[in-house]
Design a protein around this ligand. Structure first.
Ligand SMILES: C[S@@+](CC[C@H](N)C(=O)[O-])C[C@H]1O[C@@H](n2cnc3c(N)ncnc32)[C@H](O)[C@@H]1O
Length: 285
């Protein structure tokens, strides 16, 4: 749809850390009529991608965060507690550290903090204790084993349909966020965005959980206070009934958008240190 909107005179630059998904995007874009460039890169490096392509500014940034359905169900990726596979969770297979490293290396306190902070799991201590106990005789190296340990810690049957969400949901989310530094990458993208957008250019971010949405909301708000953005979505947009029916994962999606104001100072080389400092202090967490 974006490629259609950009048309023959526009240009679409797509980045993804996962080569397989870039290949799918490339097939989808075949014959779309819009010149496009797909680059394997973290979106927190988008400024370098644009510089390499000789592009000084863009009219729109769209980031659809998180994981795609095919990544979730892909055997060997280890992202889903529904599929027994190696405990990996890397979206970018060039990353050195995977979930199996974190689960088997971190101390109990570190694990508990990670599961609490990124998974918002109130039983994080119990789960961390159980992981440390069960990994002693043999490494926890599959998603299936990790689900068993979590279920043991919470005294629940993972196959039971009584619980609203699967008992491993929050722990899996926490590990995935940590392995892929998802919140760090989002913060870096949001910090760079004003320096990439042309005046009047728009940024839209689709997030899938409250940690991401909170970061987007705070970043847009602080850029609005600095006079850099007009926020276009007072409340985040969510999927309607029809879209949720077609794509159940859209249930938790939230879209926020902002527009770079004409007057905003560009945050590139030579810009006032004051606005850079203001931006830095507002986005530091
Ligand atoms: C929700 S999916 C996008 C789905 C896509 N919009 C579609 O309609 O098929 C998110 C994508 O972002 C990629 N991704 C996640 N974090 C990334 C990051 N920091 N940098 C680049 N790509 C990232 C994932 O590999 C995945 O392909």
């Amino acid at each position: 749809m974006l490629a259609k909107a950009a048309g023959e005179t526009g240009r679409l630059i797509g980045v993804d850390v996962d080569q397989a998904n870039l290949d799918i995007a490339s097939q989808r874009l075949e014959g779309c009529g819009c010149p496009h460039l797909l680059v394997r890169s973290n979106f927190d490096q988008v400024d370098d991608v644009l510089a390499d392509a000789g592009i000084a500014g863009v009219d729109a940034i769209l980031a659809d965060l998180g994981v795609s359905s095919n990544q979730l169900t892909e055997p060997n990726r280890g992202l889903s507690f529904q599929v027994d596979s190696p405990l990996d969770m890397r979206l970018d297979d060039r990353l050195e550290q995977s979930a199996v490293d974190l689960v088997n290396r971190l101390g109990e306190q570190e694990l508990a903090d990670l599961i609490y902070e990124y998974g918002q799991e109130r039983f994080s201590r119990r789960i961390a204790r159980a992981i440390c106990r069960h990994r002693r005789p043999a490494r926890i190296d599959t998603t299936g084993k990790l689900v068993e340990v979590i279920a043991w810690a919470l005294r629940v049957n993972p196959a039971s349909r009584r619980a609203k969400i699967h008992p491993a949901t929050r722990t899996f989310q926490a590990l995935r966020i940590a392995v892929n530094d998802e919140l760090g990458a989002l913060q870096r993208l949001l910090k760079k965005a004003p320096g990439i957008l042309n005046a009047g250019g728009r940024i839209a971010i689709i997030s899938f959980h409250s940690l991401e949405d909170g970061i987007v909301k705070r970043s847009f708000r602080s850029h609005r206070i600095d006079g850099i953005y007009d926020v276009l979505t007072k409340k985040p947009l969510t999927a309607g009934v029809e879209e949720k029916g077609l794509n159940p994962r859209a249930r938790s999606a939230k879209l926020r958008a902002a527009m770079r104001t004409d007057e905003a100072p560009r945050l590139a080389e030579g810009d006032s240190g004051q606005s850079k400092r203001a931006l830095r202090s507002k986005t530091r967490r």
